[in-house]
Design a protein around this ligand. Structure first.
Ligand code: ADP
Ligand code: MG
Ligand code: ZN
Length: 608
């Protein structure tokens, strides 16, 4: 549609310029000079005129020297009468030849059209092109609506090789979780007989290039079912109604070939919060999203179709997508750590002639690289080697290419300096160890010093069960864990970095909630402060009204500070007493960048 509009404007501009140009040079058929009727009469009087041709009201005067000039006469009156009215003598009139060139209908029409002819032709041409474009777009739209989703049958894939879990290096946990999906697809009866509900939607969450698409394909390859692929971003530029009809068609075809996998890549492009955009331009996206929801709810529990989707922005997704019975299974895929990077490199190196490349060293030099980056890296190295007419890829080729990939347009994450790495390792170790030491805190799932988003590192805690209720002790534990990062930076480096700012923000928000929402402050007692207006269907807070006075406001602030101070002190003393454990974690983190839960537990047991 946008393209069409652009063409339209282009044509309009060209048309206007041409029209303007033509009007400047006046009537193109009238290149000869103009003569006023008065001057024409004078010229006839002076015997200068030989002949006058009449064509309607247009007069073509031929002089004795055969030059021609144009003149116009008034409407209605014949030339002879007019000349008489202008006082021309009868003999003078008879001396000139008057030729009535009364034009035939067609040429009269054309000549009256004269000044407009060229622009008119252009305009018609332009209309014609517009029509063709519209028709073309429509037929393209129709095509979209019907079957633009790519289907790959893993039994006979286009490249002749089916994708399996073997093609995905690392991502062990993700593969384990997806193994279950493969089982569902292969043997649904086994699960249905026991009354198990087969999952409908699996959401793959992870940064770009971490192999989400690859994993989805591998699931279909492992299960030997067809793979229907479409990308959310394809819907953004679509015509009204096309997105929805395409979704309908996709699911219809998938149902026909069930068991099957429908894969929606870049789900966030269509799955953004409804009503979040300004203006009406999001209608198409919302219709598409609604249709996806309708389809997901629509099919029976025994329809053997699993919908997989990928996103790197789960935070912007419409909550409706995450409700039970929709994408209620979530698989997170992180950037690979050093061991996973090594595995990915080895996998992609298997069809490339490497000579003397220390893959471990390359993995160590590429923190923050995704699987796609590593693939790209080996490719760049191969290109480099080929350009130097080598027969194999040397370590130097690979190392040189690291920078190229890093500085290339696709590199988004940043690489930490050694000092930053150390600070981050202590910071994350602080969170993890304090969390481990407080019984009410959630167990550690993963610690990492691989930069991600704006954070230099991260520690993922895993709530033991899906708890609906939390008690005060748990919240106090959370506060201490959040503040542990900053506390340890202070203790070890005698300085604090900006790395802790999001921890502080989270801690402050939590402390405020304890006081104002959960009534957990002993001083202020069991009441809430501030009335919230919520847009129920969005599940979002919209505004807050103050329903208390200045004095209470001050007391609230003091209580929030007290909660934070206590938590900080608690973290501080735990850190001071357990530096041995922390040093151990830091050491391992610096060596391998990430620590998984089991390894962490082992470290804690050893260090005590
Ligand atoms: P995403 O969908 O998460 O953006 P892709 O699945 O498109 O990532 O990955 C792009 C390419 O990167 C894959 O085709 C593959 O070559 C490579 N790749 C990414 N992750 C891995 C991995 N874990 N193992 C092997 N190759 C990977
Ligand atoms: Mg992808
Ligand atoms: Zn932190």
């Amino acid at each position: 549609m946008r393209k069409l509009l652009r063409n339209f404007t282009l044509f309009l501009v060209v048309f206007l310029i041409l029209a303007g140009f033509l009007s400047l040079i006046n009537n193109p058929w009238q290149k000869q000079a103009e003569l006023s009727f008065n001057n024409l009469v004078t010229a006839i009087q002076n015997n200068e005129i030989k002949k006058i041709g009449i064509e309607g009201n247009k007069l073509e005067a031929t002089f004795q020297d055969n030059t021609q000039k144009f003149a116009h006469k008034e409407n209605g009156e014949s030339l002879a009468n007019l000349l008489k009215i202008y006082g021309l003598a009868e003999d003078k009139l008879r001396a000139i030849a008057i030729e009535n060139q009364e034009p035939s209908g067609w040429s009269a029409w054309l000549s009256s059209l004269g000044p407009f002819l060229l622009p008119l032709i252009l305009f018609i041409l332009f209309l014609w092109i517009m029509m063709r474009q519209l028709a073309g777009a429509n037929s393209r739209a129709m095509m979209f609506g019907q079957s633009a989703a790519r289907e790959e049958n893993p039994t006979k894939p286009a490249n002749g090789k089916k994708t399996t879990f073997k093609d995905v290096a690392g991502s062990v946990e993700a593969k384990q979780e997806l193994e279950e999906v493969v089982e569902f697809l292969k043997e649904p009866q086994k699960f249905l007989k026991l009354g198990a509900r087969i999952p409908k939607g699996v959401l793959l969450i992870g940064p770009p290039g971490t192999g989400k698409t690859l994993l989805a394909k591998a699931v279909s390859g492992e299960a030997g079912v067809p793979f229907f692929h479409m990308s959310g971003s394809e819907f953004v530029e679509m015509f009204v109604g096309v997105g929805a009809s395409r979704v309908r068609d996709l699911f219809r075809r998938a149902k026909k070939s069930a068991p099957a996998i429908v894969f929606i890549d870049e789900l966030d492009a269509v799955g953004r919060q409804r009503g979040a955009g300004l203006g009406g331009s999001h209608d198409e996206r919302e219709q598409t999203l609604n249709q996806i929801l309708v389809e997901m709810d629509g099919f029976e529990t025994d329809t053997n179709i699993i919908i997989m989707a990928a996103t790197n922005r789960p935070d912007v997704l419409d909550p409706a997508l995450l409700r039970p019975g929709r994408f209620d299974r979530r698989v997170t895929i992180d950037l690979p750590d050093i061991r996973e990077r090594e595995a990915i490199l080895l996998l992609h190196a298997s069809n490339k002639p490497l000579s003397g490349v220390d893959v471990h060293k390359v993995a160590a030099r590429t923190p923050g690289f995704s699987g796609a980056d590593l693939f790209n890296l080996l490719n760049e190295a191969a290109i480099l080697a080929a350009r130097h007419n080598q027969t194999s890829i040397s370590e130097n080729d690979v190392l040189i290419s690291i920078e190229k990939v890093m500085l290339g347009p696709e590199r988004k994450s940043f690489i930490l300096s050694d000092q930053e790495k150390r600070v981050t390792a202590y910071h994350e170790a602080g969170h993890a160890v304090v969390s481990h030491l407080i019984p009410e805190a959630d167990p550690i799932h993963k610690i990492s010093i691989i930069a991600r988003g704006h954070a230099a590192g991260y520690t993922i805690k895993l709530p033991t069960e899906d708890k609906r209720l939390h008690n005060k002790a748990e919240f106090l534990a959370d506060l201490a864990v959040l503040l542990a990062g900053q506390a340890i930076e202070k203790q070890v480096f005698k300085d604090i970095t900006t790395g802790a700012s999001s921890d502080l923000r989270k801690a402050t928000t939590l402390a405020r909630q304890l006081v104002t929402e959960f009534g957990m402050s002993d001083k202020l007692g069991p009441r809430t402060f501030g009335a919230k207006e919520e847009l129920i269907f969005l599940g979002r807070e919209i505004s807050e009204h103050r329903d208390y006075g200045e004095k209470i406001a001050q007391a609230i602030d003091e209580e929030i500070s007290a909660f934070l101070q206590d938590a900080h002190k608690r973290a501080q003393s735990l850190i001071r007493d357990n530096m041995a454990k922390i040093e151990k974690v830091v050491h391992v983190l610096l060596a391998q960048e990430t620590i998984e839960s089991d390894e962490f537990k082992k470290l804690m047991a050893e260090a005590s």
